[in-house]
Design a protein around this ligand. Structure first.
Ligand SMILES: NC(=O)c1ccc[n+]([C@@H]2O[C@H](COP(=O)([O-])OP(=O)(O)OC[C@H]3O[C@@H](n4cnc5c(N)ncnc54)[C@H](O)[C@@H]3O)[C@@H](O)[C@H]2O)c1
Ligand SMILES: [Zn+2]
Ligand SMILES: [Zn+2]
Length: 342
């Protein structure tokens, strides 16, 4: 089968023929239909410092996908050939304290699909049945392909109650924009999103934010003023990984405000901890998706009318992967999708 492979320990990706994966015990074999390109995949293509320590070659990339089940191992129930499925890309150990307690998102031995083992940028992928999410109500295939980052957005956005709250999101990447759509849908009063890219701020406006603010030309305090806020934001969702964004967020929270952090900084940095202490701000790190409460929430949010279509801006055949990756790396885009059937 065709697969997009990190074949050599150097920058680049190679579209090559690899053996079809064999169905193991408790596994599901899936024909991949569409995949989403993630920042992680860009790091692996570029083979930067993180990728050099995280990845062993050869490796089939990819963790964001939708497909159709073609076969299930004996004993697997509730999943059948023909089902439309996405996959939870965190494979957990099942035996650590958190796994045993049902808190699988907190597993200390997580292996990443397309990072620590072969992934979904291929015509077929196998996954443990426990990692397969069946779309019981059919989902638009482009949206189903990005359930993984949509789950990051939902996990972060629903970390704290949002009804009637004023929400600040720093970073209007695809995940920040999806989080804005979720916050709106969940009943926030104001949703303000920030970025340094006019293209992305305009994309964010299409999901109905109260204010999309360019922090190169305005401060978050200016934004507060134009929304008529008097005491700061109640909930912050950090989705840029940038030190200055978190610092500004902390400075603009109300007392008792709550911050969920998804953005992954590349290095250590200072923040005003005295302010966090005296304003009694809660900080919560977010990794991945809750298994499977976040997945349940994603499916029912879509059934309830949440519209993610504005966030998908690029569609390519898998054969044109280099062009698609260039677009994703360029940043003038939302999510970029690869079609494995064209
Ligand atoms: N914790 C997790 O499980 C997890 C999972 C996926 C992604 N992530 C991280 O979440 C973040 C969002 O993911 P994404 O795919 O949307 O990433 P992205 O890189 O596409 O988006 C980040 C956005 O932040 C913007 N930005 C840069 N400086 C800024 C500033 N000072 N203020 C506001 N915005 C600024 C960028 O222009 C960009 O649009 C990334 O940091 C990513 O690494 C974390
Ligand atoms: Zn991803
Ligand atoms: Zn575990």
């Amino acid at each position: 089968m065709k697969a997009l492979v990190k074949a050599k320990a150097e920058p680049g990706l190679w579209l090559t023929d690899v053996p079809e994966p064999a169905l193991g015990p408790d596994e599901v074999l899936i024909k991949v239909l569409r995949t989403g390109i993630c920042g992680t995949d860009l790091h692996i293509r570029a083979y930067d410092g993180w990728a050099q320590q995280a990845v062993r070659t050869p490796l089939v990339l990819g963790h964001e996908f939708v497909g159709e089940v073609v076969d299930v191992a004996p004993g697997v129930t509730g999943i059948a050939p023909g089902d439309q499925v996405s996959g939870e890309g965190h494979l957990v150990c099942g035996t650590c304290r958190n796994c045993l307690a049902g808190r699988r998102h907190l597993c200390r031995s997580t292996v990443g699909l397309g990072i620590g083992r072969d992934g979904a940028f291929a015509e077929y992928v196998t996954l443990p049945a426990a990692n397969v999410w069946v779309h019981r109500v059919p989902v638009d295939p482009d949206v189903a392909a990005i359930f993984d980052p949509f789950g990051n957005a939902v996990h972060t956005a629903l970390s704290f109650p949002l009804v009637g709250e004023d929400v600040l999101i720093t970073g209007a990447g695809p995940i920040g924009i999806m989080a804005a759509a979720v916050a709106r849908h969940a009943g926030a009063r104001n949703v303000m999103i920030t970025d340094v890219s006019p293209y992305r701020l305009e994309l964010a406006e299409r999901v109905g934010v109260s204010l999309a603010l360019d922090v190169r030309t305005s401060t978050i305090e200016d934004g507060q003023r134009s929304l008529g806020l008097r005491e700061g934001f109640d909930v912050g969702l950090e989705m840029s990984g940038r030190p200055e964004a978190l610092r500004e967020m902390v400075a603009n929270m109300t007392h008792g405000g709550k911050i969920a952090l998804l953005g992954l900084p590349t290095e250590e940095f200072a923040v005003d901890f005295a302010r966090i202490v005296t304003s009694m701000i809660t900080l919560k790190g977010i990794y991945g998706r809750e298994m499977y409460e976040t997945w349940y929430a994603m499916s029912v949010l879509l059934e309830g009318g949440l519209d993610l279509s504005p966030v998908i801006t690029g569609r390519y055949s898998y054969r044109d992967f280099d062009e698609a990756f260039d677009e994703a790396a360029g940043g003038r885009c939302g999510k970029v999708i690869l079609d494995w059937t064209a």
